[in-house]
Design a binder for this molecule. Structure first.
Ligand SMILES: [Zn+2]
Length: 253
């Protein structure tokens, strides 16, 4: 006959779990005591490793210059926090042997027609744009990626922007399927930005998971050429594009 353990119903005692163990045989008691020690050691180990990893990651220093547009200060501080949070993940996404990314950036807010651009560790942002589009923090992530790319050799613009938008929409915002719609009848892989970003996402998913890291390293080292697509995937860039367009058309059917 099953009888409930009265000790388990002793509401007044905060140590019900431990008292119930008095009914256990000795080896089981030892096991539970050891479990407490193991759990403690595991938690200590986990926090130590997390702390060490966090310490090992270089932090990003963000300077903010809102002197020309003081109304952007609050937005700038929030965007700086996002940039700092995303920095280690973006580095991890671009990391290749010998990669020493920049560890600082300056955000400057100006009244200008352009939305934003990155140059020499600075991101210059239109005050009007962020007033009209306060949710567009992803734009700062896009420009931060340009600072991390730091290409000193010629790289086609569509490749540079394709990598930045791939990381922004498929890696940071994780909404590329919705935001990077490609028209299979009209698009070209050199269309840049979201179109090239979506093309790169397809290559990463279907051909070469390390494609972005390898492509970025080649761009950084002055070794970019269209032949890299065949080297990494076994297919030319035109064959890959045809495969990508086919996949879009099949999805529409
Ligand atoms: Zn860009």
């Amino acid at each position: 006959m099953w009888r409930s353990n009265p000790l388990l119903h002793e509401k007044s005692s905060p140590n019900v779990w431990f008292m119930s163990k008095s009914l256990l045989p000795l080896p089981a008691k030892k096991f539970f005591n050891n479990m407490k020690h193991i759990a403690f050691i595991f938690i200590l180990f986990f926090f130590s490793i997390t702390y060490l990893v966090a310490q090992a990651l270089p932090p990003l220093t963000v300077n903010i210059d809102c002197s020309e547009a003081p109304e952007t200060q609050e937005w700038a501080e929030n965007a700086a926090l996002v940039a700092k949070q995303q920095y280690p993940f973006l580095i991890a996404a671009l990391d290749e042997e010998g990669y020493q990314p920049s560890d600082s950036m300056t955000m400057v807010f100006k009244h200008m027609e352009e939305i934003a651009y990155a140059s020499n560790g600075r991101i210059v942002i239109s005050a009007e744009w962020i007033t009209k589009h306060p949710d567009d923090v992803g734009m700062v992530v896009h420009e931060l990626i340009h600072i991390l790319q730091a290409y000193r050799h010629h790289v086609p613009g569509w490749v540079t922007e394709g990598i930045a938008d791939y990381l922004r929409f498929f890696f940071y915002e994780r909404n590329g399927e919705r935001t990077c719609r490609v028209n299979p009848e009209k698009a070209k892989y050199t269309d840049s930005y979201r179109t090239t970003g979506a093309f790169f996402d397809w290559i990463v998913r279907t051909k070469d998971a390390g494609f972005i890291k390898r492509l970025n390293a080649a761009c950084r080292n002055g070794k970019y050429s269209n032949d890299l697509f065949r080297e990494y995937t076994g297919m030319t860039v035109d064959e890959l594009w045809a495969g990508f367009i086919d996949s879009l058309k099949q999805r529409q059917m």
